[in-house]
Structures are given as C-alpha cells and as structure tokens.
Design a protein around this ligand. Structure first.
Ligand SMILES: C[S@@+](CC[C@H](N)C(=O)[O-])C[C@H]1O[C@@H](n2cnc3c(N)ncnc32)[C@H](O)[C@@H]1O
Length: 304
C-alpha cells in the first residue's frame, strides 16, 4: 500500500531506514530467505527471468537496496558475479548482510547509500541490480539516472520483485481472508494469538505502511529506463498464485505467537509455495500479460 500522498521524500527515506533497521534481525526468517541451494536456485531463476536468458557471469556488480543479502550473497555463491558491492539505506540491514557474508566465507563490500545518490564513479560496474527495492525510492528518475551513470557502456541493469499495480490490489484479498480465517487457523495449528506488538513498543513496525511508495504499470518502468538512456527494455510478470498464497500465509502467521507456529505447518506452507511458484512459471507467466502478476521483473542494457 503506497505511503500517504503528503509524505515528503525525506520522511519516506527516514521511515525506510528506521523500519528496515528494526526488521533486520528477523528479516530472513520472516521472508523465508535462504542461502543454500533453494535460495540460490530462486535467485538464479529470477535473474534469468529478468534477462530473458540464463545469466552469464558479470564482473563488478552493484546491488541497490541489498537488504540482508538475498541476491548478492546467493549470486556470489553461484559465481554469477565476480565482485559485489552491496548498498542499502539501512545500516542495520547491511550489518546483517556483512555478518552473513562472513559466516558463508564470502567477500561483499557493504556501503550505506541511497539509490538517488550513489557514492561511486561513472562507468564503474558491469551489472546494477536489485530485488524488491524500486517501490521504496521516492525519486525514481534520479535513481535511474544514477544507475545509468555508474554502469559501463554495454553494462546491464536488472531488477526483480517489483510490485505491479494490479498485483498490489489483488494482494489485499488474501490479506483480508487471512485476517478473517486467523482465529480458526490458530486453533487448528494450536498457536495462541500474538500480543499487540511482537517486538515490544518503539520497534518501528508501525512504519510498515509508510515505506512503500510505488506499485508499477509495466509502461512506467519502460519509460523510466528510456528516459535514463537505456536501450530496449525487457519486462515480464512474475508470481500470481504463489504470491496470493504467500500473503495468506504471512497474514495468518503474523497473528500468532511465532514460537507456537508448528514446524509441520511451516514446512507445508513452504512446499506449497514452491509448487505454486512452478505452476506460475511454467503455465501462467508465458501466457498472461505482465501487468496481471504480483511482481514485475525488468532488464535493459546501457548502449555500448
Ligand atoms: C523489501 S527490502 C528488500 C531487501 C533485499 N533486496 C531482499 O530482496 O531481501 C527493501 C530494501 O531497500 C532498502 N531501501 C529502501 N529505500 C531505499 C533507498 N532510497 N535507497 C536504497 N535502499 C533503500 C531498504 O532499507 C531495504 O533493505
């Protein structure tokens, strides 16, 4: 749900920093982020979808809004990027990323930076990429100008997991169903209701609804790429059934005490999500227009 129309760019960026700092420690668990073969497979598939072909390794890569490292660290493990510079507006998210990189034995430079003002020289990177970040950025024209500036001629821009306008609307339905069904679901799995705030007062979780600024129509993203100077854009839709399922599950789980949600339920939810993701990818994504899906993925090249 986009932030209020009265929110200024500075307020939006401040809300993003505080919200993601507060979320950093539990972020991977909340979103089921994995750094083993499952996570690597997901990230490879998403990048391939954005590029329209299986990815070849890139040399210098810059991630925007890298968070805890879902894309950067998995791409490093896959050998699909040579050197990683991971940026984010939230120092807390990057601290988690840096600790995870050490635990995985990876080298990733972490730099606190906002997308609209990148502290890097012109033509520094072969790949600029991100996952689920564009919709948080107030001034997208300026940010796309920066992405173009820091890319080498011939370099590639690729973003995945951006909410489509239609998808944003349809996500409201599983969320409503989840809230209605929550008491029955909690009884069925034997979990009690969560307290008013899972992490206690002052945890900044009330900012959840202030951090999202955009949901996109495919043509808006094409226009941003074109205006920044990029060549022909590639755009595709991603996840319909899987995202509805994901919102339903997250809504249900958010109403229960986390420690009381049984592992059997979590395994079932994860396996059914993966099955629906395959149905989306194999049957729906090749046949339906991008705007129908929950997410959009995109790529383009800086002309050589
Ligand atoms: C939804 S999270 C996604 C994190 C990670 N890419 C992932 O897929 O797990 C969005 C990330 O974008 C960062 N972010 C928000 N606004 C930003 C901005 N203006 N510039 C750079 N990063 C930003 C947030 O701090 C957060 O880590």
């Amino acid at each position: 749900m986009p932030a209020a129309a009265t929110a200024t760019p500075d307020k939006i960026k401040d809300a993003n920093t505080r919200y993601h700092d507060a979320a950093a420690a539990t972020y991977d668990a909340k979103w089921g982020i994995d750094y083993g073969s499952v996570g690597q497979g997901q990230v490879r598939a998403k990048l391939a979808k954005a590029l329209g072909e299986p990815p070849n390794p890139f040399g210098e890569a810059l991630e925007i809004g890298a968070g805890t490292g879902y894309f950067s660290l998995n791409l490093l493990q896959l050998g699909l990027i040579g050197r990683s510079t991971a940026t984010d507006i939230s120092p807390g998210m990057l601290e988690t990323l840096a600790a995870r990189a050490v635990a995985l034995g990876l080298e990733a430079e972490a730099v606190v930076a906002e997308a609209e003002r990148l502290p890097f020289g012109d033509r520094s990177f072969d790949l600029v990429f991100g996952h689920a970040v564009l919709h948080h950025i107030p001034d997208l024209r300026r940010a796309f100008g920066e992405f173009y500036r820091v890319l080498r001629p011939g370099g590639v821009i690729a973003f995945c997991g951006e909410p489509s306008r239609h998808g944003d609307r349809i996500a409201a339905l599983p969320k409503r169903v989840g809230l209605l069904a929550a008491p029955i679901w909690r009884r069925a799995v034997g979990a009690s209701a969560a307290g008013p705030s899972i992490n206690g007062p002052g945890d900044d979780h009330e900012l959840e609804f202030e951090v999202d600024v955009h949901a996109f129509a495919p043509d808006e993203l094409r226009e941003l790429l074109r205006a920044a100077g990029f060549g022909e854009a590639r755009l595709q839709g991603e996840e319909l059934l899987a995202s509805a399922h994901g919102w339903l599950v997250r809504t249900l789980e958010a109403t229960a005490e986390p420690a009381e949600v049984p592992n059997g339920w979590r395994n079932f939810a994860f396996r059914s999500y993966m099955t629906l993701q395959r149905v989306d990818a194999d049957l729906l994504e090749p046949r339906l227009p991008p705007e129908l899906f929950y997410n959009l993925v995109l790529s383009a090249r800086r002309p050589g």
